[in-house]
Design a protein around this ligand. Structure first.
Ligand SMILES: NC(=O)c1ccc[n+]([C@@H]2O[C@H](COP(=O)([O-])OP(=O)(O)OC[C@H]3O[C@@H](n4cnc5c(N)ncnc54)[C@H](OP(=O)(O)O)[C@@H]3O)[C@@H](O)[C@H]2O)c1
Length: 334
């Protein structure tokens, strides 16, 4: 068993009971006058759940939105739905474009970055794609575990690769993590060896624990880059959406029948905190390097837990992410 702190399912059970994580959104709202015409947003995981909800709200404000996920037909449906909703409310949509991209395929992520116009300002990148598999799957030529790829290395490559365009737009980055990270320490050895020591039997892992370790690493990665870019106007934040009734939660609920009695948040409530960080006029560089829930900065560690990381392990994690940076298409990070 790996050394990621906590015992995944049990910790999620405790965290689920935090009532604020399942209640309606109580954070700040966006004034009606905020108009996003001409502003460029990239949203990964845009084909369902929280990402879809976010696209719908951005579209109503006139933003140009790049919708990203693996499934083009689902993205096209979200695009049509967002445009229809905006029209029904008498709002003018901006340009919505759909991109099929697997965030666990590092060479595809590098290609996406390389193809993105260099002179086009990005106002906000939302790293929201995610999954919670209970079976270990290696990607990028067996060099990288899938949860790590989707939640840590892929988002890192997007931020690094699109930094010039983010800088042009005084851009914001929102990395959508999870309250699950409160129950986990970053286990850099596991990130590097693909969670090999977490495998129990038949390639099965405690998916909740692997996910929590990756989301903790996402927060560390986000804070590291917030520090790197602190002088150039790029704002890098990490968010957690509480617990919301989406497809993404299903694998966890399938494993723990007891959670079935919990009433989760409506996905729109879970999305609102991200939406606020994306568009609120008051968000500036002082927001960078913090962890948010419902638009408010919250603690990164809970009391009596040993979930902090040493500088050395953060540097080691970043060096690991860098191994996959600027991979030519079809290569695997060797
Ligand atoms: N729901 C919750 O309670 C909760 C709690 C904490 C954190 N979160 C986080 O919120 C984010 C959104 O989750 P959700 O709850 O909205 O779940 P969801 O409805 O399952 O959405 C997940 C999205 O990620 C995309 N995705 C999954 N794997 C991908 C890959 N390899 N490459 C590209 N896109 C991929 C999916 O699109 P395709 O299948 O089309 O690729 C989908 O659009 C995730 O990062 C999740 O960890 C959710």
């Amino acid at each position: 068993m790996g050394s990621g702190y906590s015992i995944g399912g049990v910790v999620f059970g405790q965290l689920f009971k935090a009532r604020s994580f399942t209640s309606a959104y109580k954070g700040p709202t966006i004034p009606d006058h905020v108009d996003l015409t001409g502003k460029v947003f990239l949203v990964t995981g845009a084909s369902s759940g929280l990402g879809k909800m976010l696209v719908i709200e951005l579209t109503k404000r006139g933003a140009d939105v790049h919708l990203i996920s693996r499934t083009m037909d689902k993205l096209q449906k979200v695009k049509a739905e967002a445009e229809t909703q905006a029209k029904a409310e008498g709002k003018k949509s901006g340009n919505l474009s759909c991109h099929s991209l697997d965030m666990s395929d590092m060479s595809a992520v590098c290609k996406f970055v390389a193809d993105f116009p260099k002179d086009k300002a990005i106002h906000c990148l939302v790293n929201n794609a995610g999954a919670l598999p209970y079976e270990r799957e290696m990607v990028s030529g067996g060099r990288l575990e899938k949860t790590t790829a989707c939640h840590v290395v892929g988002p890192y490559l997007l931020i690094k690769g699109l930094h010039a365009q983010l800088k042009l737009g005084n851009g914001r980055v929102i990395n959508n993590a999870s309250a699950g990270l409160y129950g986990a320490q970053m286990d850099v050895a596991a990130l590097k060896d693909g969670f090999k020591t977490y495998v129990k039997k038949d390639n099965k892992v405690d998916g909740a624990l692997v996910y929590a370790v990756c989301k903790r690493a996402m927060l560390e990665m986000s804070d590291f880059l917030a520090d790197c870019y602190s002088e150039d106007g790029t704002v890098i934040m990490t968010n957690h959406p509480g617990w919301c009734e989406t497809e993404g939660l299903k694998p966890l609920l399938d494993q723990h029948a007891g959670y079935g009695s919990i009433t989760f948040r409506d996905p729109r409530d879970g999305m609102m905190g991200m939406y606020y960080l994306c568009v609120a006029p008051e968000v500036d560089t002082s927001y960078s390097g913090k962890f948010y829930f419902d638009g408010k900065a919250v603690e990164k560690h809970q009391m009596f837990t040993s979930t902090s990381s040493s500088d050395r392990s953060v540097n080691e994690m970043i060096a690991f992410c860098e191994k996959f940076n600027k991979l030519p298409a079809g290569s695997d990070g060797n």
